[in-house]
Design a protein around this ligand. Structure first.
Ligand SMILES: [Zn+2]
Length: 505
């Protein structure tokens, strides 16, 4: 993709259409029986481009998004993929997002009618709208905010609910703090303050929240104001109100706890920069030779963190070479092999998701509005952070456990001379990848490859360049395992798209 000024949206779409048309003639290469192996240099060529500073770290809603999408569409079109027929926005699925950045905030309290000033940095607030100001809110400490049955445990309507961060010590599978905070908002709380935990140092939490937060536009709105209060600040407030923080937390450990109304009122105000915009998933199809209504879905996220370091740093761009330019490189080369070799029986869909780094938002969007009914997707194969391990690394599979599927992975891997890693360690990452969004809706989702097999190598990456400006393209990036994993995915695509070999249930 040549560099230049960011294109206007309409110009950009026209450019996409032109790319697609010009590529049609290129895709009619003759079929051959064996797929040429995917090499390290095939992958490096794409990673070098996608992780170039020109792509600005591939943040959703930036010029980097347009360039990234343009590149992926161009390469997929060359591979012989087509837009999903009937799509109103060919190649693209809009993903509406809302970004919020806290600008100013103030929290003041009255205890038994008298002003009580908290220490300056003890509270962080974000408003749901650009400007929110709430006065005289009654304050209630709600413990975990839910009872043993997972229901909201106190009357919080039009109040400020003060809730504990940690998971409740009672009950199985009770919701985590984000969901509990949402439940309190749904129950009518005007504000929700989460008491920070010892496990998360306040300074670190404050820095993390000072940045932008992004949610799907379709997500439920939270309370008008929400935020965090430090443990010290909360204890000081409780003390002033005649309560003991430790005793309140102890009482909250009971599944029957119903909250404690405090003789406190709060005035909260926040200004927030709120921006609504559309990012995009890229969706394409390789039409099958003998389609039977079932489909294989390949996916991987194109987005990364964009400009991630403060002004003044030498390198401010998180280029995401490994995370996940490497996965997109694999998706491009897999599309080229499947598009130019013997045409698979079933339709194969390719999805490059946006906003994975913001919480799998693009994958959730696809799962709620899929290009092909979810029940017809026989398998989803996700590819993320694949440039980790050398050639010869065994194949670990996130999402193992269905014997028929595991047998296909074993057969394809074995044929390629790969060993299998079946110790189950890889499953620790199951919620941290896009396949989770589809798995949650019943689609069998696998992430197979070497990078989640050697935990020492993976942890080495997670503890160093991961999500840092250091995740750059360089010749030092290990692509041997990625090349083998790319061949593995060509094989998996062929196996799962073969109507005689795989029933497609
Ligand atoms: Zn990441």
């Amino acid at each position: 993709m040549p560099c230049g000024a960011p294109m206007q949206a309409t110009k950009f779409r026209a450019a996409l259409a032109a790319v697609a048309l010009s590529a049609l003639s290129l895709s009619a290469t003759p079929a051959h029986s064996a797929d040429a192996p995917i090499t390290e240099s095939d992958l490096a060529a794409h990673i070098k481009i996608l992780a170039d500073d020109m792509f600005e770290g591939r943040a959703p809603g930036t010029a980097g998004e347009d360039r990234t999408i343009g590149y992926i569409v161009g390469e997929w079109a060359k591979a012989g993929l087509v837009p999903v027929p009937g799509s109103k926005t060919p190649w693209l699925q809009p993903v509406p997002l809302i970004e919020a950045q806290a600008l100013t905030a103030s929290a003041t309290f009255k205890v038994k009618g008298r002003d009580f000033a908290l220490e300056d940095d003890g509270v962080i607030l974000t408003g749901r709208e650009a400007a929110v100001a709430l006065a005289d809110l009654p304050v209630v400490f709600v413990g975990y905010g839910v009872d043993g049955a997972g229901k909201v445990n106190a009357d919080v309507k039009d109040k400020l609910a003060v809730m504990l961060f940690d998971n409740a010590p009672f009950g199985d599978k009770l919701p985590r703090y984000r969901e509990r905070r949402q439940m309190l908002a749904d129950a009518g709380a005007a504000g929700v303050l989460v008491i920070a935990t010892d496990a998360l140092p306040w300074a670190q939490l404050r820095d993390a929240l000072a940045g932008k937060t992004t949610r799907a536009a379709s997500a439920k709105a939270g309370a008008p104001i929400s935020g965090f209060i430090s443990l010290e600040a909360a204890d000081a407030l409780f003390r002033k109100a005649g309560e003991d923080g430790a005793a309140l937390r102890e009482a909250a450990r009971s599944a029957d706890y119903r909250g404690t109304a405090l003789p406190v009122t709060a005035d909260l105000a926040a200004t927030t920069a709120v921006r609504a915009y559309d990012s995009h998933n890229v969706v394409a199809k390789l039409p099958g030779a003998r389609p039977d209504g079932k489909a294989v879905l390949f996916l991987g996220h194109w987005d990364h963190l964009g400009i991630c370091a403060p002004e003044g740093e030498a390198d401010r761009i998180c280029n995401g070479a490994v995370d996940n330019a490497s996965g997109i490189a694999v998706l491009i080369e897999v599309a080229k092999r499947l598009g130019s070799g013997v045409r698979p029986d079933r339709d194969i869909y390719f999805l490059a998701t946006t906003a994975e780094e913001m919480g799998l938002l693009g994958a959730h969007r696809f799962a709620s509005d899929p290009s092909v009914p979810l029940k017809d997707i026989t398998v989803a194969l996700n590819i993320d952070t694949i440039a980790i391990s050398p050639r010869g690394t065994p194949v670990a599979t996130i999402g193992r456990g269905k014997p028929a599927y595991d047998a296909v992975v074993r057969e394809v891997a074995t044929k390629l001379g790969r060993k299998l890693d079946e110790d189950g360690e890889a499953d620790a990452f199951i919620q941290r990848q896009d396949g989770w969004a589809l798995g949650a809706k019943g689609v069998t989702s696998l992430m197979a490859g070497g990078s989640f097999s050697d935990m020492t190598l993976l942890q080495k990456f997670l503890g160093s360049d991961y999500h840092k400006p250091g995740d750059n393209y360089s010749e030092a990036i290990e692509l041997g395992g990625a090349a083998e994993d790319a061949d593995l995915h060509v094989g998996l695509g062929r196996a799962f798209a073969d109507t005689k070999r795989w029933p497609g249930k």
